[in-house]
Design a protein around this ligand. Structure first.
Ligand SMILES: Nc1nc2c(ncn2[C@@H]2O[C@H](COP(=O)(O)OP(=O)(O)OP(=O)(O)O)[C@@H](O)[C@H]2O)c(=O)[nH]1
Ligand SMILES: [Mg+2]
Length: 385
């Protein structure tokens, strides 16, 4: 009996733990159903016009999460008001009330046929997703028209300045913790992170740069292996990719092939390219982690030489590591996130590189083509591809 109650209690704990996890889960995609209001009926005898049905809009607002919509409207159905009928004492029916669904910035609105209806990229961006029916009048035999209905997918891409890209267990979450005040889950097994974590780096002059720690990628991620491209999409909106690579390499399972740090870099490049070629032209930085482990310094020197070699002779890369285009790293920085070694330098370089690319973009827009030199710490940074 005692055992049974103990078992029940354990199950209970497990249940509450699970429901807690589910409740707090970050969501980046949501299907909703929208229905605009029907137009009101006209009044033929007096030529009265029915009111127009209300429209449904989606509008981006800062500080709103998709989860808010899901929690507030659990059935995920949205309906605008109907137009009023024309009456003897109110010959023009009142229009139905419009409905505006608040949504996070960075949202893509997709129709049920997969067509992108809008990208809401800044606060206040707004899209009409269902138009209200026209009110009844002489042109339509005084019967109000139905409002449009649509099933929509709301797809959220996080907006962060920096996106951490790496194989599982490389130390991405540990690095996010070292760079910011975020406290992501860290553990010595692959796929510890299953939903993105966001952190903000604060500089002395109060400048803030946000960093997104994403679930680890594995070979075939673009084909949806592992966590798949469900999370690769979040890189599209980042300003800087930070490859996070374990100097000791990576092995997913005992039966999987071992991948050295060098191979990891090229495989990550491939995954990005196969998902979306544009990703490989983004500004990027390479952080080599776990520099406190055995022989790390020696391995790092060798890695730099190999990278430089393949930069010169990319055709010599084995076929399985080749890509059409290689990410151009602005810097490569060895770190140890657990002991906070080189973290301040990394923070500085992140800032400089982001600003450098903003300046280039601005000068290109202005029609100038000025070369801007990035200050570099010669010892720790090398220009790769
Ligand atoms: N020795 C050493 N261990 C590290 C360092 N950084 C991270 N680790 C360890 O590596 C393991 C994986 O770290 P995580 O930060 O969870 O790795 P991750 O890349 O976020 O992994 P996923 O979320 O599974 O993709 C943990 O045991 C960390 O303590 C480091 O600089 N040195
Ligand atoms: Mg992690």
């Amino acid at each position: 009996m005692v055992r049974l109650s103990l078992l029940l209690r354990t199950l209970d704990v497990a249940k509450t733990k699970r429901s807690k996890v589910r409740k707090n889960r970050f969501i980046d995609s949501l299907r909703i159903h929208v229905k605009a209001g029907a137009g009101g009926m006209g009044l033929p005898k007096f030529g009265g016009m029915g009111g127009k049905g209300g429209d449904v809009y989606i509008e981006a607002k800062e500080n709103i999460e998709l989860k808010y919509i899901k929690d507030k409207w659990p059935n995920k159905r949205f309906k605008a008001g109907i137009g009023q009928n024309s009456r003897v004492y109110r010959i023009l029916g009142e229009p139905g009330e419009d409905l505006t669904i608040p949504a996070p910035v960075g949202l893509t609105v997709i129709s049920e046929h997969g067509r992108v209806l809008a990208d809401l990229n800044k606060d206040g961006d707004r899209v009409l997703v269902a138009a209200g029916g026209v009110g009844g009048g002489p042109q339509n035999q005084f019967s109000g028209q139905k409002g449009q209905t649509q099933s929509l997918t709301l797809d959220l891409k996080l907006i962060a300045d920096v996106g951490l890209v790496g194989f599982p267990n490389a130390g991405k979450s540990t690095l996010l913790k070292a760079l910011s005040r975020a406290s992501p889950k860290i553990a010595n097994y692959p796929f510890t992170t299953i939903t993105p974590n966001l952190g903000v780096m604060m500089y002395n002059d109060l400048r803030q740069i946000s960093v997104a720690d994403l679930p680890g990628l594995i070979e075939g991620a673009h084909r949806n292996y592992g966590m798949g491209h469900k999370f690769l999409k979040h890189l599209v909106r980042t300003r800087l990719l930070m490859f996070v690579v374990d100097i000791g390499g990576f092995r997913l399972k005992p039966q999987s092939p071992f991948r050295s740090a060098l191979e990891t870099i090229f495989l990550l490049n491939q995954e990005l390219e196969l998902y979306k070629e544009d990703l490989t032209v983004k500004p990027a930085l390479l952080a080599i982690t776990k520099m406190d482990t055995k022989d790390a310094e020696k391995k790092f020197q060798k890695l730099k030489e190999e990278i430089n070699y393949y930069k010169e002779y990319p055709e010599e890369l084995p076929d399985e590591l080749k890509s059409r285009h290689f990410v151009g790293f602005d810097d490569v920085i060895p770190i140890c996130a657990t002991k906070a070694v080189n973290i301040v330098h990394l923070q500085q370089r992140i800032r400089e590189i982001i600003d450098f690319h903003v300046e280039i973009k601005t000068s290109q827009k202005d029609g100038q083509c000025t070369e801007i030199a990035i200050p570099k710490n010669e010892q720790e940074s090398i220009q790769l591809f």
